[in-house]
Design a protein around this ligand. Sequence first.
Ligand code: CAO
Length: 293
Amino acid sequence: MLEEVKGSGAKGRITESDVQSFVKAVMAGTAQTSAQKAAAPAGAAGGGAFPGLLPWPKVDFEKFGPVERKDLSRIKKISGANLHRNWVTIPHVTNHDDADITELEAFRVQLNKENEKSGIKVTMLAFMIKATVAALKKFPEFNASLDGDTLVLKNYFHIGFAADTPNGLVVPVIRDCDKKGIFQISQEMSELAKKARDGKLGPADMTGGCFSISSLGGIGGTYFTPIINAPEVAIMGVCKSQTRPVWDGKQFAPRLILPLSLSWDHRVIDGAAAARFNVYFASLLADFRRIAL
Ligand code: CAO
């Protein structure tokens, strides 16, 4: 393995720190040993960045029936490589919870009626972004990134949201969400989502995020396990809200319940903190006045 380490010392000598940097890079998945390279053919489906892992199955699909071949889109290739690294290198855990958004949804509908002429549609996601900012302020380790053994805590609040486009998944970022109101966030989100669908997002639109939200609420589902968008340390997944009977102490009452799935990096966050984050986040959506406290 030593021959794979680049020496930075005199006449290319390998120093102790060269070896340490190489080992760190291999552990982080940004470099490979020759044994790893041999075990893992390059490419999206190559996989197997770990020694001893079986190579990707080679199947002659045509033998079983007619097939078509389609190259992955540029976005899928880039996001696939990122998702793969994040999935393999981050110890993910996902906590599920529910938020009662009965009153908040009624308020959202009322706001949209009142502001019909403004052309701005207030979305549930905008409320979730404001709730995220409040939760990040209360639990700062969720607004952080790992830099080696150091935790970088951020004093800014840029929130990304997953947007589904014909060419694949992108995550545009809304900056300084702590300084913006629901209308401005809704408007920026709709502009960024359009830019995303038109394939016009630039790097500046997709960098600097602190935390991401992936909402499948408009589509369906109950819970899922979102993959953390490195170098962020947590992501909130949201599915479709549904009216469910909820026991209020005396009777079952119909309540609109939003399913939440928070994935977090266990190197930085503990299960208790994640449960508290979810409980607090849900409490804000259940009674949005709490944001002002
Ligand atoms: N529960 C129930 N209904 C919901 C909801 C929820 N949680 N969230 C939104 N809706 C409804 C809205 O009320 C709206 O209904 P109407 O058309 O009747 O008004 C509809 O769904 C569309 O919602 P919206 O306009 O508010 O859009 P959005 O905020 O839900 O989504 C965006 C915007 C960009 C996030 C979305 O278009 C998108 O791309 N989602 C997919 C994200 C994704 O792919 N995540 C997975 C990543 S991992 O692969």
